[in-house]
Design a protein. Structure first.
Length: 418
């Protein structure tokens, strides 16, 4: 009964996380675009107004004005944009706890990298999130804070270095998720620890009749801009756990770095367009080249690929014209079938034997010969071209067995008879 409840709990928390993330990302993108698209007010502007925008949506017209520091008097019905960020992080951490910390043996620990106990891996993950914010905040408050380009360069190196450390301690899936979670923690902490507190100081000054310090708004705007550039990489990293070619490679930390650059150039395109109207199409060309590099790295052999074993980049695994027919007739099918049934079928079964798993993950069945042949492409992607399965190699799939699966996949040549 607990297994079913736990799965629905994960589903519910994931649903909440996605909805709140949509709200947060949407408001973030909207306000950055609004801020960059402001124009000088027409006619006699109000005191302190630095720009305005006219917008139409849903059949209505909206006239928006921005005060460069704050209005002369504080309105009663001021709307604060913070809860979207807070609930995105809270629901995301809850999901991280439910999936990766409770299920650390399956999803977080990789004994081939670091044979950590579940509690130890979880503690390292949580500490990594907190340390990520502490180091980031210190960098932003350093003398580099006045040089945006240098600041962003140092932050990029720091995030990639953190991703490398995660990749040496955790499974590929866990490393990518914790890199994304660290960035998301930085983004939410920007809101909770600097943006909102600075705005509250401004509000308090206005109510007390004092002139607010414009540096408070400038610092908050800088952090908001960082959040804007980090949003797209975070979304990629959070989705990566569903795609083994992204996380189950020894170069996943490099992929994380390339994705940071992709997010930066894509946001640069849109930010420049909103600010000046110019469309820098070269940004898309650069993003495309970077993504091509990501695809190439996803299949590149790593330093752990021992001689004589199958590497993730083995591009010779070409299927014959009728793969299902040929694969079942292959003389190597018997060996492959035994490997899959001994290493995979305890979870991928109609009645799974693995504790805590109520049904086959993603409804992929690998019990019978027919099951195995029908899912050959998935086996190739998850266990040959990448090492995504078994999770953390918990069932001990040997390199020689991966090689045997590779030989079977590329050598089938007969008729399938279920």
């Amino acid at each position: 009964m607990w297994t079913y409840f736990a799965e629905w709990l994960q589903f519910g928390v994931r649903w909440l996380h996605v909805v709140t993330a949509i709200a947060w990302i949407g408001s973030s993108f909207y306000f950055i675009a609004l801020d960059l698209g402001l124009r000088k007010p027409h006619g006699a502007p109000l005191v302190g107004v630095g720009g305005e925008a006219w917008q139409v949506h849903g059949g209505g017209f909206y006239h928006i004005q921005k005060y460069m520091v704050a209005p002369p008097h504080m309105p009663e019905d001021l709307t604060w944009f913070k809860w979207e960020s807070y609930f995105t992080w809270l629901s995301g951490f809850a999901l991280l706890f439910l999936v990766y910390y409770i299920g650390a043996d399956l999803y977080l620990v990789d004994p081939a990298k670091a044979d950590l106990p579940a509690w130890g891996a979880s503690a390292i993950g949580i500490a990594g999130l907190g340390l990520g914010w502490v180091v980031y905040d210190a960098i932003c408050k350093s003398p580099l804070r006045g040089n945006d380009s240098a600041l962003l360069g140092v932050l990029f190196v720091y995030v990639v270095a953190a991703s490398f450390v995660f990749s040496q301690l955790f499974s590929g899936r866990g490393a990518m998720l914790h890199t994304g979670a660290m960035i998301a923690t930085i983004m939410t902490a920007n809101v909770a620890m600097l943006i909102i507190p600075n705005q509250k100081i401004v509000v308090a000054d206005l109510k007390a009749g004092r002139t607010p310090d414009p540096r408070l708004g400038a610092a908050a705007k800088q952090r908001s801009l960082h959040n804007n550039y980090l949003t797209l990489p975070v979304v990629f990293l959070m989705l990566s756990n569903h795609y083994p070619l992204a996380f189950a490679t020894e170069w996943n930390w490099v992929i994380a770095g390339l994705v940071l650059l992709i997010g930066a150039v894509v946001r640069h395109f849109f930010n420049t367009m909103h600010r000046t109207g110019r469309q820098l199409w070269w940004c898309w060309a650069v993003a495309g080249l970077l993504f091509a590099a990501v695809i190439t790295l996803s299949g590149a052999p790593g330093w752990r690929a021992a001689p004589g074993t199958v590497a993730a980049a083995d591009t010779s695994l070409d299927f014959p014209a009728d793969p299902q027919v040929a694969l079942a007739r292959s003389p190597l099918f018997g060996e492959a079938e035994g490997i899959v049934q001994s290493r995979c079928s305890m979870c991928h079964a109609r009645a799974p034997l693995w504790p805590g798993i109520a049904h086959a993950p993603k409804a992929v069945l690998l019990e019978t010969g027919r099951d195995i042949v029908l899912n050959a492409a998935l086996i190739e992607r998850q266990a040959v071209r990448s090492h995504a399965m078994p999770p953390g190699n918990i069932t001990g799939l040997e390199p020689e067995e991966r090689l045997a699966l590779a030989r079977w996949i590329r050598s089938g040549d007969g008729t399938y008879r279920p």
